[in-house]
Design a protein around this ligand. Structure first.
Ligand code: GCU
Length: 615
């Protein structure tokens, strides 16, 4: 029951989540939507002919031959050289690579087209078009008018549809999706994953009131003494509401029925922050992934969402969840369904991948190396898996380039805003294995200060670099001074040496902070058996993890967990050995047909032991 409700308008008090992604609409699932998923038509356009004329000048808006305009023939002598017709159809959501073998390696533009009808928009209604993600660059048009463009392959975005361009029937929607890699993008040209292109996640029309809640959050206040709160059974929640504009209604209603909360909130500005004391709260944790139905009603829009409440923090060299020390029994995961060789996007896909993580007795997943679809984080909430979520600032980014920093910040903001209400997300990672240099460290520090300003309810990390000196693995990456968790990837026994070298491996951590292996792994072709010294055999990979599990017993006491690389074999253009890889990175503990390799059971046994030790 509420003990005390205090509301203050944030304009001076509260760092807000409304950054340059202020037009991003959150909790699409909880709104009035019309799905545009399903069959679309497409045109493949490797020469950008739909966008540029033969002199390679951008076509003007009314150019009949622009692919964003509906092809209309005046008479039988007329000439148009594009059309969206059978048999050129493609499923949305879904990468194009897995839908037709001609697309397997395709990197370029595909134009998507779909017609839709829409009931009359009421005077006090607005209509938005929302995309879960498009990899990599998207230009969106409706009835020949440009709605907007977006870069970034793994984060959501939306555009308002001006009512004056809307038709009652046959609205001509066109999306130009281009997955070409570029040195000045995020990620850059070199990645160890498949460059799946296209409209890879859900597409929705979203109907909202003229003045509506654009983004909102409700979390456990992270400054409270959580042990004291548990003892008194009295907790402080903090909330944040951002409207799409000035408030034309002074009241919003917050309801959490299971806690007996129904509260009128004073809305007296675009941004409102409030806090409230509640009793009898069950905290979210892997052991008890408690979620509450939270409803926020404003201007007739009833927004519902399941939200969990928890506190994550570090204390010296420990990670504490709800005030208790935890050990991160992690596993790294790419967003890929191996048996279909495609991007994951659905709830069923999330249940398959996270179900495998649970088979391992993991309590945490590293969603590498980019923000996964929202079904993954919402399913992690309900299954009780803690999440490391990451932007693809991966390897040799163009750190000197201010524009590249802006792109990284944009993706970071989109990731944080989308998942701000996901209790499972405990770590924001700003990158992976970026080479140490002063300019790189400044770039990454800028990202860390950006995310800390947006969100104080998660730990910040990144896969840092290890420095090998005098036979010691020194973890003194300068970026470690700015992260909460000191994380590194290590592959001793795969990239160099043999697994037995782990017996004498030494680690020195230059920071008095929790220390975490964000990757470790070895390759094995599923079903290939030989003696343990034979590379690519399951026995070699098994030996690798046996040695590593032993090594973990000898690590400094600030060792707080590991997320081995990787749950399941995944496609990579960089892995072309004709016998052992065939385009697959074989470090999965599970093969691409779902077969669990011998190493899987070594890690599971270790996690069973660690669970008993900590729980
Ligand atoms: C690196 C990198 C991964 C890559 C892995 C590997 O640590 O972070 O993205 O797939 O090593 O070499 O398999």
């Amino acid at each position: 029951m509420i003990r005390d409700l205090s509301i203050f308008c944030c304009s001076f008090l509260f760092l807000t989540l409304v950054h340059s992604q202020e037009n991003l609409i959150t909790n699409i699932d909880g709104r009035e939507t019309v799905s545009l998923n399903g069959t679309w038509h497409y045109i493949v356009d490797p020469y950008e002919n739909g966008f540029y004329n033969y002199r390679y000048h951008e076509r003007n808006e009314n150019d009949r031959e622009a692919y964003w305009n509906r092809p209309q023939l005046e008479n039988r002598s007329d000439r148009i050289e594009h059309a969206y017709e059978e048999p050129y159809t493609i499923q949305v959501p879904g990468d194009w690579n897995s839908q037709d073998e001609k697309f397997l390696y395709y990197e370029g533009t595909v134009w998507y087209q779909k017609d839709f009808d829409l009931k009359e928009l009421a005077e006090n209604e607005k209509l938005f078009l929302h995309f879960g993600a498009i990899n990599y660059e998207a230009h969106v048009y409706l009835n020949g008018k440009k709605l907007g463009s977006h870069k970034g392959g793994f984060t959501p975005f939306n555009f308002e549809i001006p009512r004056e361009i809307l038709l009652k029937e046959d609205n001509f929607l066109v999306v130009k999706a281009d997955n070409k890699r570029h040195p000045e993008e995020i990620p850059t040209v070199n990645t160890d994953w498949w460059n799946y292109g296209g409209i890879t996640r859900d597409v929705n029309l979203v109907l909202v009131p003229e003045n509506f809640v654009q983004q909102y959050s409700l979390k456990l206040d992270q400054d409270q003494d959580i042990l004291q709160s548990k003892k008194e059974n009295n907790f402080l929640l903090e909330g944040n509401i951002n409207l799409n504009g000035k408030a034309d209604n002074p009241v919003a209603v917050l309801e959490i029925p299971e806690l007996g909360i129904t509260e009128d909130l004073d809305i007296n500005g675009r941004e409102t922050n409030f806090s409230l004391q509640v009793e009898g709260l069950e905290l979210w944790s892997p052991k008890n992934p408690k979620l509450y139905e939270v409803t926020l009603t404003y201007n007739g829009e009833k927004l519902s969402e399941k939200i969990g409440f928890r506190k994550i923090e570090t204390s010296g060299t420990d990670v504490l969840l709800n005030g208790e020390e935890i050990f991160l029994r992690g596993i790294s995961i790419h967003e890929e369904i191996p048996q279909d060789v495609r991007r994951a996007h659905s709830k069923e896909d999330a249940l398959q991948l996270l179900g495998w993580a649970q088979d391992l007795n993991a309590n945490m997943v590293r969603l590498a190396h980019y923000p996964h679809n929202e079904n993954m984080t919402r399913t992690a909430d309900s299954l009780g898996l803690m999440v490391w979520s990451e932007i693809p600032v991966y390897w040799t980014i163009d750190f000197e380039n201010e524009e590249v920093l802006k792109k990284a910040k944009q993706q970071l903001e989109e990731m944080v805003i989308r998942d701000q209400n996901r209790a499972s997300v405990i770590i924001w990672s700003v990158g992976n294995e970026t080479p140490v240099s002063p300019v790189r460290t400044e770039f990454m520090k800028a990202l860390i200060s950006e995310v800390k300003e947006m969100d104080d309810t998660r730990l910040i990390s990144a896969a840092l670099e290890v420095h090998h000196e005098d036979g010691i693995n020194k973890i003194n990456d300068p970026l470690g001074a700015y992260t909460d968790l000191i994380s590194v990837n290590e592959y001793l026994g795969w990239y160099g040496g043999l697994p037995s070298d782990a017996q004498t491996a030494k680690y020195e951590v230059a920071y008095n902070k929790p220390f975490f292996f964000s990757e470790t792994g070895a390759g094995a072709k599923p079903g290939y058996h030989a003696d343990k010294l034979t590379r690519w055999s399951e026995e070699y990979q098994e030996w690798y993890f046996q040695e590593k599990v032993q090594m973990y017993q000898r690590l400094p006491e600030n060792f707080t967990g590991v997320s081995p690389w990787i749950l399941v074999d995944f496609k990579s253009p960089r892995r072309q050995h004709p016998e052992y890889q065939e385009g697959w990175n074989r470090k999965g503990l599970i093969g691409n047909k779902g077969e669990k390799k011998k190493a899987f059971f070594v890690l599971k046994e270790y996690y069973d032991t660690m669970e008993k030790k900590y729980d």
